[in-house]
Structures are given as structure tokens and as C-alpha cells.
Ligand binder design. Structure first.
Ligand code: SAH
Ligand code: SF4
Ligand code: F3S
Length: 453
């Protein structure tokens, strides 16, 4: 009798970092002979890759886990794994909450999944949350897309923003070598990938943990140097990166982006608050004036660049006037996109225990007011695309209309147009924009002749 293939299911919460980790863990499971499945209830290995950035993200996983823990009572052979940021934050405490768990593994251990699973299959309940040096991945990630790919360049974060769990759960900064990054990109180029997003929680910190200084005494490996080193990888047509930190963002980087043709004119630079006192309380290390100077410089060198950011409302002590300073910054800059969130107190972070917490009602009201302004400004920003011809990298069909395909402009606006996905998937197409909405566009192919390979 042949043995039924063992199946695995991964649900991923949180940011691109977690999505990239999940793709590597899926690659490891494929390599071990498991078959991927969409349905956790049909799977033998169930992995939840978790996020703890805000309380609602964390709570979600507990309800998912509860269901699988129950199933395990009927099917004791299934393997239940929690990885990612909640795993790191809670560690062993998760076992008290969900004793059915087989494996708890922090983000730094993602590449060790095979090792850890083998210990589980030997009959152990395993908790892997000790800080380690992240081992280079030797397995091929199972990537969701064949067109766009993430490439980690720096893990962890050494900042101590007073609201944020990331340094607690992702550990200290660890940069990959430029050679390893370029090698991964070259392989992706050979496989037909067209767009790479370089990833780090604080990408501007890239290289500060790597050895070497230049003749002028500057660190040899900066993010800007990395861009010059990887920008010409054959096959790759577009390079993006996230997340930038205003504290470390340099004019040299802006110049590199303006100069290197494959680097897209899109910057994701979270500002968090438009008020200097709050920025200080958050320990962000810059003022709103400095932030505005960065944006001015970008627009001076790249007038059409898209700017996106993250912001928090209702940070402890935030007054109405301070909140209005955030509105003012959004009004003045006019973001193409702004991710907004109400402050959520997180375990082990300084601001969580301050006494000047803002009420949930006030947070909800401010969030709504900010989101309204964000929509108005995004709609204004979209207007500039009207009638223009934009280069779109075709990624997939429009899930809501099979006659249309979708892709993104270099500035990262989602764009829909009529076309045959089988013909143009993965291609750069010149599209004339005929309709604009706050966060997406519609257009028509201008010249099919302009379609390249
Ligand atoms: N490294 C990036 C952000 C990573 S977390 C940076 O420094 O900007 C992604 C976003 O989640 C943050 O930009 C912030 O806006 C939001 N966030 C982080 N902690 C939060 C908290 N405790 N409550 C609400 N939002 C939070
Ligand atoms: Fe969190 Fe600040 Fe690090 Fe961003 S820079 S991940 S907000 S601690
Ligand atoms: Fe969440 Fe961890 Fe990313 S907390 S936002 S998954 S780094």
C-alpha cells in the first residue's frame, strides 16, 4: 500500500517579512516531500506564521489555533506549529494556553524548520525562541508569484521606538552579504522574475553590522552601495525597497534612486506622527521638519515620485492639537498611500505602561478623520495619472473581472486593463490611463508593439 502524501498548510499574518519567511518555510516543507494545501482541516502539518504588531493581529491567531487544537484531539497525528512574532513574544507561555502545540518557533528560526520538525517527529514538543545568528537559506523558497519576489537584505531592528514589538520579536540587525543578495537576485532573474522588493524593517540600517570602512572612514556597506551593486542584475526590470526610516534616510540614496533606471520612483517612509513632541516620545529620532526636507529633496530630484507612509493615531499623551499636526503633515505632503493605525499597547514596550493612554473612542474618532483625509489626498494624487501613458508590469488577472489583467505602475499604483493574461503575464506594457480612483487606475493598452519580453 502506498502511503498517502502528507500535506501542509500555512496561514500567514503580518508584514512582507513574514510573507517572505513563509515562502522559505513552504520551500523547506516541499523539499521534505510534503504537499501544499489550501485547507488546514485537510492537512497533516498546520503552520500559523503570526504577527504581534497590534493586539487584533495577535488575537486572530488564537481563534485559528483553538480550532486546530480541538481537531488534534480527534487526530493526534497532526502537527501544529506557531511561528513568527507571536511565537517569539509568547514563547513557552503559548504552551500553557495551547498545550496541543508541537512546535513554537521565532522568526530567526524560520530557516531551521526541517531540523526542528525532525525533533518533533522524534516525539518532542519543541520551543525555539533563543536568539541565533540567522543561517543562510539553502532551500529554494516556494514563492507565491512568478513575476515579483521579495529578497531580504537585513533581518531584525536595533531601533527602540517606544510603541513597537519588532525589536523584541525579530532580534538585532543582521545584514546579509551583498554577494548573497546579488546571487539570489541573479537566480530570480534567470527564472524569469521581473521585479524584486528588497526587504528590511529599517532598510537604511543595512550594512552597519558588516565589517569594513572606506578610505574616507565611511561604512563600506550602506544600502545605497548595495543598490549600485545589484541594480544591473540581468532580467530584473524593477527594483523596489521597504521600509525606509527618516532618521537614516540620506540624500545619497535619493540620488542613487534618481540615477538608477531600474529603481522605481516609489518611497515608503513611515513618519508615525506629525508632531515633534510625540516623535520624541516615540523615540523616532527626527522632527517633522526633517521629514518634510526628505520629501522636498525627493520631489526636487524626482517630481513624479510616489510617497507612501505609516502613521499612528492615539499614541499615549496625544492631544487634539498634536493629532492635528499629523493631519497637517498629511494635508501638506499629499501621500499616494498612508497605512494608518490606532495605537495598540504591546507587551514589553515602554509606551504600553505609560499612564497617559488615549481612550478607544478618541482613537477611533481620530483614525476615521485621518482616513478620510488620506482618501481625499490619494484621489488628488491619482489625478496626475489621467490620460498619461504608464509602464505596467502585468502580474495576474483581475480577480473581479476575468477580461482584465492587473499590474502596477512604477509608482506602485494598482492598474487594470483589458488583455489576455496568457499573452502578457510578466511583461511590461505601455498603458494609457483612462480612469482614476484613489488607490487604483484603469487604462487601455496603448501600443501592443511596445510589449516587450
Ligand atoms: N519598521 C517600520 C515599521 C514596522 S511596523 C518603521 O520603522 O516604520 C509597521 C507599522 O505598524 C509601523 O510603521 C507603525 O505605523 C505600526 N505600528 C507599530 N507598532 C504599533 C502599535 N503598537 N500600535 C499601532 N500601530 C503600530
Ligand atoms: Fe519598530 Fe521602530 Fe524598528 Fe520600525 S524602526 S520596526 S517602528 S522599532
Ligand atoms: Fe507583524 Fe512581526 Fe511583521 S510583528 S508586522 S509580522 S515583523
Amino acid at each position: 500500500m502506498t502511503k498517502k502524501p502528507r500535506r501542509y498548510h500555512i496561514t500567514t499574518f503580518g508584514c512582507q517579512m513574514n510573507k517572505a519567511d513563509s515562502e522559505r518555510m513552504a520551500g523547506i516543507l516541499d523539499n521534505m516531500g510534503f504537499i501544499s494545501s489550501e485547507d488546514p482541516n485537510e492537512s497533516d502539518v498546520i503552520l500559523y506564521n503570526t504577527c504581534s504588531i497590534r493586539d487584533n493581529a495577535e488575537q486572530k491567531v488564537y481563534s485559528y489555533l483553538g480550532r486546530q487544537a480541538k481537531r488534534k484531539h480527534q487526530q493526534p497525528d497532526i502537527t501544529l506549529i506557531v511561528s513568527g512574532c507571536v511565537a517569539q513574544q509568547e514563547g513557552k507561555a503559548l504552551l500553557r494556553r495551547v498545550p496541543e502545540l508541537d512546535l513554537i518557533m521565532g522568526p530567526q528560526h524560520a530557516n531551521r524548520l526541517q531540523d526542528l520538525l525532525e525533533q518533533v517527529f522524534d516525539g518532542n514538543q519543541v520551543v525555539a525562541t533563543e536568539p541565533i545568528h540567522i543561517v543562510e537559506d539553502i532551500t529554494k523558497p516556494r514563492r507565491d508569484s512568478k513575476i515579483t519576489a521579495w529578497v531580504n537584505i537585513i533581518y531584525g531592528c536595533n531601533e527602540h521606538c517606544t510603541y513597537c514589538v519588532v525589536p523584541n520579536v525579530r532580534g538585532v540587525e543582521q545584514s546579509r552579504t551583498p554577494e548573497a543578495i546579488r546571487a539570489e537576485m541573479e537566480e530570480l532573474g534567470q527564472q524569469g522574475y521581473k521585479e524584486i522588493t528588497l526587504l528590511g524593517q529599517n532598510i537604511d540600517a543595512y550594512g552597519r553590522d558588516l565589517p569594513g570602512v572606506t578610505a574616507e572612514g565611511r561604512n563600506k556597506h550602506t544600502f545605497t552601495d548595495l543598490l549600485y551593486y545589484v541594480h544591473d542584475v540581468p532580467g530584473i526590470e524593477r527594483i523596489r525597497f521597504a521600509t525606509s526610516h527618516p532618521r537614516y534616510f540620506t540624500e545619497r540614496l535619493i540620488r542613487a534612486c534618481a540615477e538608477l533606471p531600474k529603481v522605481c520612483e516609489h518611497f515608503h517612509i513611515p513618519f508615525q506622527s506629525g508632531d515633534n513632541q510625540l516623535l520624541k516620545a516615540m523615540a523616532r529620532g527626527y522632527t517633522h521638519e526633517k521629514y518634510r526636507r526628505i520629501i522636498d529633496k525627493i520631489r526636487q530630484l524626482m517630481p513624479d515620485a510616489s510617497i507612501s507612509a505609516d502613521a499612528i493615531v492615539g499614541f499615549p499623551g496625544e492631544t487634539e492639537v498634536q493629532f492635528e499636526n499629523t493631519l497637517k503633515l498629511v494635508e501638506d505632503i499629499g501621500f499616494d498611500l498612508l497605512n494608518t493605525a490606532a495605537y495598540s499597547p504591546r507587551p514589553g514596550t515602554p509606551a504600553a505602561v505609560w499612564e497617559n493612554q488615549v481612550s478607544e473612542e478618541v482613537k477611533a474618532d481620530r483614525l476615521q478623520r485621518l482616513n478620510h483625509l488620506v482618501g481625499v489626498k490619494a484621489a488628488e494624487r491619482s489625478l496626475r495619472y489621467m490620460g498619461r501613458t504608464e509602464e505596467i508590469l502585468v502580474e495576474d488577472i483581475n480577480p473581479k473581472n476575468a477580461n482584465q489583467v492587473m499590474g502596477r505602475t512604477r509608482g506602485n499604483r494598482l492598474t487594470f486593463f483589458e488583455g489576455d493574461i496568457n499573452e502578457i503575464k510578466g511583461k511590461l506594457v505601455e498603458v494609457k490611463i483612462t480612469e482614476v480612483r484613489p488607490f487604483s487606475l484603469t487604462g487601455e493598452v496603448k501600443h501592443l508593439a511596445a510589449v516587450n519580453s
